[in-house]
Design a protein around this ligand. Structure first.
Ligand code: BGC
Length: 715
C-alpha cells in the first residue's frame, strides 16, 4: 500500500494522510481551519455569516474544505451532556449528573458508558467535536467549576476522564481534554496568574493530563483561560510546546478556550486553533488567528512549517477518530441513556454519616417530612457552558444572575426528577408531607409532627464564579439546625457541587451527598434513602472542616472587579487535597475516599511486591448481610523516607453478603516518583516504600512495605 510505504518513523496512517491532504491546500484553506465561530446564544446575539444556513448552532463552527473531503468542525459542549444554551430551539439531551458525581463513583466502566452516550448524542446532531474531558484537579473547594471536574486526585481524574474520552471517540466523535492547565479557580479567570513549582505541577495537574492523554488520545487539548507562571495557557510555550508536544509526544491539536487566545504569537508557542472568535473580540478587541496571523505569515514571522503543522494536527485527529468517514448515525436510545444518567446518579451518591437512620423502613407507616431544596419540583444542576437542557425541558428555572458575562446564565436550574414524588413511589405506606424550608420556625413545625425528617441542602455553583465561603446559602443551615432540634430523627441530603460546612453535623442522624445528580437524580436519591440501592459513592475530594485547613484560607483576588489582574500561588504544589491534609496532620470534616454503605467490608492478606513497580494484592470481604459495592484504595505513605501520600490504585467491586475477592492493584511508577525538573525525568528513590490499604485517606487498615531500586524514566 502506498500509504504504508510512506510511513516514516513515528508516523501513523492518519499522520501520513494529514500530510498528504494538507500539502494540497491553499494558504487560504489552511487559515480557514484555524478559527472557530460561535453560534447564536444569550451572549452572542448576532449570527455570524460564516456559519452556513442549516448548520446546527453550537459552541464552535469551523468550515471544512469540501474539495479535499475535509469535513467542517461542529463543536458542542461538554462532559455532562450535549448542551444547548439557546443555540437550537427546544433541542434537549440526556443530562448526566455532575462530573464530581461520576468522580465519586470511582467507576471507569460508567465513565466509558457515559462517554459513549455523549458521543452518540453529539453525533446524532451532527456534532463531530465534543468539548468534554474536564480534568482539572479540584484544588480549591471554592472553585465554581469543581462540579464539572472529577477529583482532587490525578489518578482518579485521569482514569475516569480517559474512559469518558474513549467512550466519545469510540462513537467517531473527537473529544477534547480540558482546560490545560491549572484552571483551578474562576476568580477573574481571564487575568489570573496561577503560580506553581513546575515539578510539582508535573506530579499533580499535569500528571492527570498526561495519564488521561496516554490512555485515550483525545483529538484535541483545550487550554485554560488563566496564565501559568506568567504566561497565558493559550500561549504557554513551556506547557504546550515543551511538555505536551515534545515531552509527551502529543499529536493532536491544541485549541484555546473561548476568548482565551492571548495574541497571534500563541501560534509560535504551540496553539493550533483560536476558539470562539466573538469572545476574543469581546475580550481583546481582536481576532488573532485571522488577519494578524496572516500578516505574521506574510512577514515570515510564522514559518510555513508551523502553519502546516497546525493544519496537519487538526486533520490527523479527524482521520484518527474517523470524523471524515461517518456512516449514518445510529438511532439514539434515550431510555438507555436515561439509565446511564440514573446509574451514575446512584453510584455517585455518598453516604457521609449514618447513625442507623438509613435506609428508611419501607414497610412501616411512617410520617415523613421532606423539607427544602425544591425537592417537590426536582433536582438542581450547575451553571455555565456545561449545563444541559434535559428531555422535556427544565422543571423550573429561577434566575440568580451575577456580574460579568457568566452572570447571564447563572440560574437555579431544576431537572424534573422530584425526590418527593420518587419517595412517594417507593414508600407507599408512608405519609409524606413537603415543607419548602422557607423559615426555621415553619420547618420545625412540620418536623415536630413527623417520625422522620429528610431535609435538603442545595447550593448552586457556576462557571465564572468562586464561592467565598463553604456554607449553604439562603439560610438553609438555620433551617437544618431548627429541624434537627425539633426532631432528632433528621436526615440531610446535600445537592452541591463542592464540599460544604455542616455546623449541624452532630445533631443529625444521617448525611447524604448527592451532588448534582442528573436528570434521574430524584429517583437515585429516593432509591438510596430507601435501600433499593446500597450507597457506594466515595468522596473524590476532601471536605475540609473549614477554610483555615486548606492551603489558601484567603483566596487572593476574591471580590475584585472583572478585569483585575490576580495572582494565585498554588504553594501546596503537588500536595493537593488529601495529600495536603497528610502533610498538615489536620482532621478534615470528611476525608477523600470516604463513603459508607448499608453493609460492611473488611480487608485482609495484604501482599506487597516491589519488583517492577509496587503491586499490592489483598482480599476484600463483604461481612454484612446485603450485597454492596466497595472501593478499596491503595496509598503510598512513605517513599524511602520521604513521607508523602499518593493514591496508587483503587477498584470498585460488587460483593454479595459473605463474598470475598482478592484484588491486585499495580501502581503507575510516576505515582511513586518525584519529577526531577533539572533532569526532565521521573525519579524513584531507592529504599523502603510503605503502602496502606484503606477505606479512605484517613482510614488505613492494612499496611505493608517493599524495597524499590532507584529508577529514572520518562521525560
Ligand atoms: C468554557 C469551556 C467551553 C467553552 C465553549 C468556555 O467558557 O470554559 O469549557 O468548552 O466555553 O462553550
Amino acid at each position: 500500500m502506498a500509504t504504508e510505504t510512506r510511513l516514516e518513523a513515528g508516523m501513523s496512517a492518519p499522520d501520513v494522510r494529514a500530510r498528504e491532504v494538507e500539502e494540497q491546500m491553499t494558504d487560504e484553506e489552511r487559515f480557514s481551519l484555524l478559527v472557530s465561530v460561535m453560534g447564536v446564544n444569550d451572549v452572542v446575539t448576532v449570527r455570524d455569516d460564516r456559519i452556513p444556513e442549516g448548520t446546527p448552532m453550537s459552541a464552535g463552527y469551523v468550515p471544512g474544505v469540501q474539495r479535499l473531503g475535509v469535513p467542517a468542525q461542529l463543536m458542542s459542549d461538554a462532559s455532562l451532556g450535549v448542551t444547548n444554551p439557546g443555540y437550537r430551539e427546544g433541542d434537549s439531551a440526556t443530562a448526566l449528573p455532575a462530573g464530581i458525581s461520576l468522580g465519586a463513583s470511582f467507576n471507569p466502566d460508567l465513565a466509558r458508558a457515559s462517554g459513549g452516550m455523549l458521543g452518540r448524542e453529539a453525533r446524532s446532531r451532527g456534532f463531530n467535536v465534543q468539548l468534554a474531558g474536564g480534568v482539572n484537579l479540584q484544588r480549591d473547594p471554592r472553585n465554581g467549576r469543581n462540579f464539572e471536574y472529577l477529583s482532587e486526585d490525578p489518578l482518579v481524574s485521569a482514569t475516569l476522564a480517559a474512559e469518558s474520552i474513549n467512550g466519545i471517540q469510540g462513537e467517531g466523535v473527537i473529544s477534547t481534554i480540558k482546560h490545560f492547565s491549572l484552571n483551578c479557580n474562576e476568580t477573574n479567570r481571564h487575568w489570573l496568574d496561577a503560580i506553581i513549582d513546575p515539578a510539582a505541577h508535573r506530579e499533580s495537574d499535569l500528571l492527570a493530563f498526561e495519564i488521561a492523554i496516554e490512555r485515550s488520545q483525545p483529538g484535541a487539548v483545550m487550554t485554560g483561560y488563566n496564565k501559568i507562571n506568567g504566561d497565558y495557557a493559550g500561549g504557554n510555550g513551556v506547557l504546550i510546546n515543551d511538555v505536551l508536544k515534545d515531552a509527551w509526544g502529543y499529536r493532536g491539536w491544541v485549541m484555546s478556550d473561548w476568548g482565551g487566545t492571548p495574541s497571534w504569537d500563541a501560534a509560535l508557542n504551540g496553539l493550533d486553533q483560536e476558539s470562539g472568535l466573538q469572545l476574543d473580540m469581546m475580550m481583546w478587541k481582536q481576532v488573532w488567528f485571522t488577519d494578524q496571523l496572516e500578516a505574521a505569515y506574510a512577514e515570515r514571522k510564522l514559518p510555513k512549517e508551523r502553519l502546516s503543522d497546525m493544519v496537519r494536527r487538526i486533520l490527523r485527529s479527524m482521520y484518527a477518530v474517523g470524523v471524515d468517514n461517518w456512516k449514518p448515525a445510529p438511532e439514539v436510545d434515550m431510555a438507555a441513556h436515561n439509565k446511564i444518567a440514573l446509574e451514575t446518579g446512584r453510584q455517585g451518591i455518598v453516604l457521609l454519616k449514618n447513625d442507623g437512620a438509613l435506609p428508611l423502613a419501607a414497610g412501616r407507616p411512617l410520617k415523613v417530612a421532606v423539607i427544602g431544596g425544591h425537592a417537590q419540583v426536582g433536582v438542581p444542576t450547575g451553571c455555565g457552558s456545561s449545563a444541559v437542557l434535559p428531555p422535556g425541558g427544565y422543571a423550573e428555572v429561577i434566575k440568580i444572575g451575577g456580574p460579568g458575562i457568566m452572570g447571564v446564565g447563572r440560574n437555579l436550574f431544576l431537572y424534573p426528577s422530584s425526590p418527593v414524588a420518587e419517595l412517594k413511589e417507593l414508600l407507599p405506606n408512608a405519609e409524606i408531607e413537603f415543607d419548602p424550608g422557607m423559615s426555621p420556625a415553619e420547618s420545625a413545625l412540620m418536623a415536630r409532627r413527623s417520625d422522620v425528617v429528610i431535609v435538603f441542602g442545595i447550593k448552586i455553583d457556576s462557571e465564572g464564579f468562586d464561592d467565598p465561603e463553604l456554607s449553604l446559602p439562603w439560610g438553609q443551615d438555620a433551617v437544618i439546625d431548627a429541624v434537627a432540634d425539633a426532631n432528632p430523627n433528621t436526615i440531610v441530603v446535600l445537592e452541591t457541587g463542592n464540599p460544604v460546612l455542616m455546623p449541624w453535623r452532630d445533631k443529625v442522624k444521617a448525611i447524604v451527598e448527592a451532588w448534582y445528580p442528573g436528570q434521574a437524580g430524584g429517583q437515585a436519591i429516593a432509591e438510596v434513602l430507601t435501600g433499593v440501592v446500597n450507597p457506594s459513592g466515595r468522596l473524590p475530594l476532601t471536605f475540609p472542616a473549614d477554610l483555615s485547613q486548606t492551603p489558601r484560607p484567603e483566596l487572593s483576588g476574591m471580590g475584585t472587579p472583572w478585569g483585575t489582574a490576580v495572582t494565585i500561588e498554588y504553594n501546596e504544589g503537588a500536595e493537593v487535597g488529601y495529600r495536603w491534609f497528610a502533610t498538615t496532620g489536620e482532621k478534615p470534616l470528611y476525608p477523600f475516599g470516604h463513603g459508607l454503605s448499608y453493609t460492611t467490608f473488611t480487608y485482609s492478606d495484604l501482599k506487597v511486591d516491589g519488583s517492577e513497580t509496587i503491586t499490592a494484592t489483598f482480599a476484600v470481604t463483604n461481612t454484612g448481610d446485603r450485597a454492596g459495592a466497595d472501593v478499596p484504595q491503595l496509598y503510598l505513605t512513605d517513599a524511602a523516607g520521604d513521607a508523602r501520600m499518593r493514591l496508587l490504585g483503587f477498584e470498585r467491586l460488587e460483593l454479595e453478603p459473605g463474598q470475598s475477592r482478592s484484588i491486585t492493584l499495580a501502581a503507575d511508577p510516576r505515582l511513586l516518583a518525584r519529577f526531577d525538573a533539572d533532569a526532565g525525568q521521573w525519579h524513584v528513590a531507592a529504599g523502603a516504600h510503605k503502602v496502606a490499604v484503606g477505606k479512605s485517606a484517613d482510614d488505613l487498615e492494612l499496611t505493608g512495605e517493599t524495597t524499590l531500586s532507584e529508577a529514572r524514566f520518562g521525560n
